[in-house]
Design a protein. Structure first.
Lengths: 416, 78
C-alpha cells in the first residue's frame, strides 16, 4: 500500500494537466490571501538589485526599483518568501524522487544559449512587467490588457525562437545507433533511501520556517506555504510554460497550452469574485513595452530552454544548463532596470493602465476575458489540425516529417 | 511485456535541454522502418511530458516508459 502510494506520489511524475489547473486554483487563493500575484521575475530583479548594493551601487535610487520596491530583504516580501518556499518545495520533490544529478551541458554552445537566451528573456519579462506568470498565467485573470498583449507577442516570439533553436548549428549531436541498449543501471538503494529521508527533512524545515514567519506575519506565512506547494507542483509535474508555446510550433503538441488556458479559465472567475468583494486587480500599462517585452521574452525562453519558473526546478535537479539560464535572467532583468529611465515614458508609463473590468464593466470584462480564452483555445485546435495535416502530406510525399538526414545517420551507424 | 521487446536502434541523449531530446527522437523515428523499435534513454526530466505524447501524436506506438532515478527510458515502435 505505502509503496504504491510512495511510488505514485513521490517518485513518478504527476499529470501536468491536473497540476496546471491546480496551480490556477492555488494562484487565485494566493491573490486572496496575500494581495499579490503568483510571480517570480520581479523578485529575481530585486535580488539583482541586492547584488548591486553589495558592490556599492545604489539601485534603490533607480526609477525601476522605485516602481517595484526594494525595501527590506526577501524575507520581508511576499515574493521573497514565496520563492524561498518554491525552492524548498522543488528541492524536497527532487530529493524524494531521487531526481538529482549534476547534468553537464553537452557543449559550450548550450552554455551560450542558456546565458544569452536567459538574458533576453529576463530583459523582455521585466520590460513587460512580468513573465509567464504575472504577465500571462496569473496576469490574464487580473483582467489587465497588458497580459493579453504580452501573451500574443510571446507566442509570436516563441515561434521565432523555435526557428532559431532548430538551426543546424544548435542541433543535438546525439545519433541513433543500432541495437538495444544495455540495462539501465539501478541507482544505489541506500542513496535512494537517504535522499528520500533528506527530502522529508527539507520539507519539514521549510514548513517549519513558514510557520515561524507566519507567527509574525500571517500574509508572509501563507505566501511561503503556498510557495512550497507551487514548488512541488512545478517539479513533480514538470510544468513548463516554455514548452506550452514552443512545442506547438515544433512538434504540434498542444496538451500543455490547453491545460494553461483551462487553468486560467478556472482562475478568472475566482479573481473576479475577489475584485467584486473589493480587492483591486493588478493592472499595468498596456503599452508597446508589453508587446516588445513579450516578443523578446518568447524568443529568449525558447533559446534558453526554459523560463523563470522553468529554470528554478531544473536548476535544483542539477541541470547545470539552467543555472546559466537563471544567471542570465537576473543579468537581463538588472540591465533593463538600469536602462528603464531611457525608454520607460514612450514605451510604458505614458500609456494607460487598462483593465478590462473598467472598459467593459464588470460583467462585460468577465465575458470578454472568457471569450478571448475560448478564442485562444480555438486557435490552438486549428493550429494542431493544420500542423498534423501538413505532417501527413509531407509523409505522403515521402519526406521525413521532421527535417535532418536520419537515413544517412542510420547508414553510417550500420557501417560502424 | 516490454522485457521481450528488443529495440532495433537506440538513442542516448544526456545533458540536453528541451526541445532537443524530443526532436531527436522524432527524427530518429522517421528513419526507422515500420515495425522497428527505438529505445530512447535520456536524463532530461521534462521528456516525460513530451517524448511519449509527441510519439503518439506522430502516429508511433509507445511500448514502455520507465523511470530509474534521473534516467528515463522510452520504447517506441514505428
Amino acid at each position: 500500500m505505502w509503496l504504491t502510494f510512495k511510488n505514485k506520489f513521490f517518485i513518478q511524475f504527476w499529470s501536468p494537466f491536473a497540476a496546471v489547473i491546480a496551480a490556477g486554483i492555488l494562484s487565485t487563493y494566493f491573490f486572496g490571501l496575500t494581495g499579490s500575484l503568483w510571480a517570480v521575475t520581479g523578485e529575481f530583479t530585486r535580488w539583482g538589485g541586492h547584488i548591486m548594493q553589495w558592490f556599492g551601487a545604489e539601485p534603490e535610487t533607480w526609477q525601476y526599483f522605485k516602481i517595484i520596491g526594494l525595501e527590506g530583504t526577501p524575507l520581508d516580501r511576499v515574493g521573497g518568501v514565496m520563492i524561498i518556499g518554491m525552492f524548498g518545495g522543488c528541492l524536497a520533490a527532487v530529493l524524494w524522487a531521487n531526481n538529482m544529478k549534476l547534468r553537464m551541458p553537452s557543449s559550450k554552445k548550450r552554455i551560450g544559449q542558456a546565458l544569452i537566451g536567459g538574458m533576453i528573456a529576463g530583459f523582455g519579462a521585466r520590460l513587460a512587467m512580468g513573465c509567464n506568470l504575472a504577465a500571462f498565467f496569473t496576469g490574464i485573470p487580473q483582467f489587465t490588457l497588458h497580459a493579453w498583449l504580452f501573451a500574443f507577442a510571446a507566442a509570436a516570439g516563441t515561434y521565432i525562437g523555435a526557428k532559431i533553436t532548430l538551426l543546424p548549428f544548435f542541433r543535438s549531436s546525439a545519433t541513433v545507433k543500432p541495437g538495444g541498449l544495455k540495462k539501465v543501471i539501478k541507482p544505489n538503494p541506500n542513496q535512494v533511501q537517504n535522499r528520500f529521508r533528506l527530502g522529508w527533512v527539507v520539507f519539514a524545515a521549510i514548513v517549519a520556517g513558514s510557520f515561524y514567519i507566519m507567527s509574525s506575519s500571517t500574509k508572509l506565512g501563507f505566501a511561503m506555504l503556498m510557495g512550497i506547494v507551487f514548488g512541488l507542483l512545478i517539479e513533480r509535474a514538470q510544468i513548463c510554460f516554455t514548452s506550452a508555446f514552443r512545442d506547438m510550433w515544433i512538434t504540434g503538441r498542444t496538451h500543455m497550452a490547453k491545460a494553461i488556458i483551462l487553468g486560467m479559465a478556472v482562475s478568472v472567475i475566482g479573481i473576479y469574485s475577489y475584485v467584486q468583494l473589493g480587492m483591486t486587480p493588478k493592472t499595468l500599462w498596456a503599452g508597446p513595452n508589453a508587446l516588445i517585452g513579450g516578443l523578446l521574452f518568447g524568443i529568449g525562453i525558447v533559446i534558453a530552454g526554459g523560463c523563470e519558473t522553468g529554470w528554478m526546478y531544473r536548476a535544483l535537479e542539477g541541470q547545470i544548463h539552467f543555472w546559466w539560464v537563471g544567471i542570465g535572467n537576473i543579468i537581463g532583468a538588472t540591465i533593463l532596470a538600469y536602462y528603464w529611465d531611457v525608454f520607460s515614458a514612450p514605451l510604458a508609463t505614458n500609456w494607460d493602465k487598462v483593465n478590462l473590468l473598467d472598459v467593459f464593466g464588470p460583467l462585460g470584462g468577465l465575458g470578454v476575458t472568457y471569450l478571448l480564452l475560448a478564442l485562444s483555445f480555438g486557435l490552438i485546435l486549428l493550429w494542431e489540425k493544420h500542423f498534423f495535416k501538413k505532417q501527413r502530406s509531407l509523409k505522403n510525399a515521402k519526406l521525413s516529417p521532421v527535417v535532418s538526414q536520419p537515413d544517412v545517420v542510420i547508414a553510417m551507424a550500420k557501417t560502424l | 511485456m516490454t522485457e521481450s521487446v528488443v529495440a532495433d536502434y537506440n538513442l542516448e541523449i544526456y545533458g540536453e535541454p528541451c526541445p532537443y531530446p524530443a526532436v531527436a527522437t522524432l527524427e530518429a523515428m522517421a528513419s526507422l522502418k515500420p515495425g522497428e523499435v527505438l529505445e530512447v534513454l535520456t536524463d532530461c526530466s521534462q521528456s516525460i511530458n513530451n517524448i511519449p505524447s509527441d510519439a503518439r501524436n506522430h502516429g508511433y506506438e509507445v511500448l514502455d516508459i520507465s523511470q530509474q532515478g534521473v534516467m528515463l527510458r522510452f520504447l517506441i515502435r514505428r
